[in-house]
Write a protein of this length. Structure first.
Length: 167
């Protein structure tokens, strides 16, 4: 796998409360966190040379309609604004509806996201260095499934950034 880098902003010993991933229905919090985190990443002089496109982990269309927003896309938009790197919500798609990962063990999480993701626009990701963003890294199952999908579509490399990570 051509995984270039992984970064998480908040590290927690315990599972993070649902409000971290859903921002208590305040989608703008994701954008603010993205801009803040973008400023932290901007100190990496080589960053602009290593990323062509920022992509958020997608929600299934039914989940997006239910929630009204995708927290990972708002985080991605904030990063994009600060880092001046384009982002897309069309590059990666979630083809299958899955139940929440919350409460699942490591194996169940991997099984829950197996063959769930697809490419929305192959031209957006082909030969591109992708920065994949999500709200929380727990076992890495979702991010690995997304990374495998992007690399299978000929992305050059994938780096990962999350707002938070659990140990």
């Amino acid at each position: 796998m051509s995984l270039q880098r992984v970064a998480g902003g908040i590290i927690s010993q315990a599972p993070l409360p649902g409000s971290c991933s859903q921002y208590r229905n305040n989608k703008e919090v994701g954008s603010v966190l993205g801009r803040w985190y973008g400023y932290q990443l901007k100190t990496d002089i080589q960053l602009h040379e290593q990323i062509d496109l920022i992509v958020g982990v997608p929600l299934h269309p039914a989940k997006l309609r239910q929630r009204g927003y995708n927290q990972s896309d708002w985080f991605a938009q904030g990063l994009s604004e600060t880092l001046e790197i384009p982002w897309s919500d069309r590059a990666l798609v979630r083809n299958h509806y899955t139940i929440s990962q919350t409460g699942k063990d490591r194996i169940e999480r991997w099984q829950n996201v197996n063959n769930v993701f697809g490419i929305g626009d192959p031209d957006l990701v082909a030969n591109k260095r992708i920065l994949l963003v999500d709200d929380v890294l727990t076992t890495g199952a979702t991010l690995e499934a997304c990374t495998a999908t992007l690399l299978a579509a000929n992305s050059r490399s994938v780096g990962i950034v999350t707002i938070a990570a659990t140990r």
